[in-house]
Design a protein around this ligand. Structure first.
Ligand SMILES: [Zn+2]
Length: 113
């Protein structure tokens, strides 16, 4: 089956048009350069650094997650999340974060602590 996204991505026209893909330029596909959860955005960089600007912040959303799909980090997270959900049937009714156990914690933030 290959990779399944953590957040299901419907094949909307925008997705089909490649808007969920990393930015690209004449130098190639831009590389993921980290995320800032406070900004709610991920940073992408021109592969050669020749573009101006050489990097951009992409707001996280349905099409762009803070952790790009398909990266090692994403895979690890996905497998980890799957294991948690199998073990505890997902988020508990108490609303505690399944990762760190704190109340009201957003799991996205937890990923980076
Ligand atoms: Zn470029």
């Amino acid at each position: 089956m290959g990779i399944r996204p953590v957040v299901p991505l419907r094949m909307t026209p925008a997705v089909k048009a490649g808007k969920a893909n990393p930015p690209q330029c004449d130098h190639g596909t831009w590389t993921f350069a980290g995320s800032d959860t406070k900004r709610g955005a991920s940073k992408w960089r021109c592969p050669t650094g020749e573009c101006v600007p050489a990097s951009v912040w992409v707001k996280a959303g349905r099409l762009h997650t803070l952790i790009p799909r398909g990266t090692d980090r994403w895979k690890a997270l996905y497998h980890q999340r799957g294991a948690v959900e199998r073990g505890s049937a997902g988020r508990s009714t108490s609303g505690r974060c399944s990762r760190c156990g704190c109340v009201g914690c957003r799991e996205l933030r937890c990923m980076w602590t």
